[in-house]
Design a binder for this molecule. Structure first.
Ligand SMILES: [Mg+2]
Length: 332
């Protein structure tokens, strides 16, 4: 219910009390946020209780009117008066003055991230400015195989033969979802299928007209400055081998950025941030609007007890995608 059992809130300029209990009891044991008045009123009908309302901002006058309306809707008759022994008029003057003296609202600075309705997407997304001239054949100092390219902190696998843009996107995390891997071991061959049913399931989605996309984080590529080539070869090699194994074309985006820390800014492409999705939706789907009702995302980081994080779940939420955990989607 959100009530604190304490004396009247010292920062609260108003108290609500029923007519007939004037002056309010200064030792009232209840303080509550204004939104909990109805429940407090219902459970504490005693007319002798005073409800202290924390109202300290410049919108106090407007809140006061709202509070009075809410109280009236609850069948409470009363008034809001200053918590300290001032007249109602003095309180009004106080808040008029606060409102008048409050600094003028400052317009939000222009940000790189704008909001827009992306074609076919119900939600609003981050606009990723992308141009082919910013696409590179290397990631930092690491050389990429010919069919892989880098853009900012993302490495992506170029369109394969047979990969078609589609309104229906079947999106997947990689490690712990499609492939069983270990962060301690590197190597293009050091992985196995996470679930036996994966090849059949992916082929059937592809035959149903879905475009398959993998969105995976791999911060070691950025972090391992002295072994970056090894980190790239391992991750990219595993993905290539996986695609060869399941025999179906898949688009892949790898977020190489490091998670937000004291010394590192947030990376818009690293899950749970949704930049990889918008990069795909806005620049790698041939302008085809995405059907969010049919599209979905599968990932193992869902914030469950043994999960290492909830990045996959939050990624899906940020985009407005349906979300599944691998066990549910691929079976045990
Ligand atoms: Mg994972």
């Amino acid at each position: 219910m959100g009530q604190n059992v304490s004396g009247p809130n010292r920062s609260s300029p108003y108290q609500f009390w029923r007519l007939g209990s004037n002056p309010p009891l200064r030792s009232s044991p209840f303080t509550a946020a204004y939104s909990s008045i109805p429940s407090l009123a219902a459970s504490n009908p005693s007319p002798s209780l005073a409800y202290s309302i924390p109202v300290s901002s410049a919108v106090a006058t407007r809140r006061r009117r709202v509070l009075l309306r809410r109280a009236a809707a609850q069948g409470l008759r009363g008034d809001l008066r200053p918590a300290r022994p001032r007249g109602p008029r003095a309180a009004d003057e106080l808040f008029d003055r606060r409102e008048r003296d409050a600094p003028a609202p400052v317009a939000a600075p222009e940000m790189e991230i704008e909001l827009q309705s992306s074609p076919g997407n119900k939600g609003v997304g981050t606009v990723i400015s992308f141009s082919a001239s910013h696409v590179k054949k290397k990631y930092e100092d690491a050389i990429l195989p010919a069919h892989w390219k880098a853009f900012e902190t993302v490495i992506f696998r170029e369109q394969d033969d047979g990969l078609h843009a589609s309104a229906k996107i079947a999106a997947f995390d990689f490690d712990g979802c499609l492939a069983k891997t270990s962060v301690k071991i590197t190597g293009a061959d050091k992985w196995s299928l996470q679930h036996k049913s994966i090849p059949d399931k992916l082929q059937s989605l592809y035959n149903d007209g879905y475009k398959l996309v993998i969105f995976t984080n791999e911060s070691n590529i950025q972090r391992w400055k002295n072994k970056r080539q090894q980190a790239v070869d391992s991750k990219v090699g595993r993905l290539d081998n996986f695609i060869e194994c399941v025999k179906v074309p898949i688009q892949v985006f790898i977020a190489c950025g490091i998670g937000k820390g004291k010394a590192t800014p947030d990376d818009q492409f690293r899950k749970p941030n949704s930049g990889m999705w918008w990069l795909m939706a806005e620049h790698f789907n041939s302008g085809i609007a995405i059907d969010m009702d049919q599209s979905f995302y599968v990932g193992d980081a869902a914030g469950r007890e043994n999960d290492h994080s909830d990045a996959d779940l939050e990624f899906a939420k940020a985009i407005g995608l349906k979300f599944h955990v691998p066990e549910e989607f691929f079976g045990p």
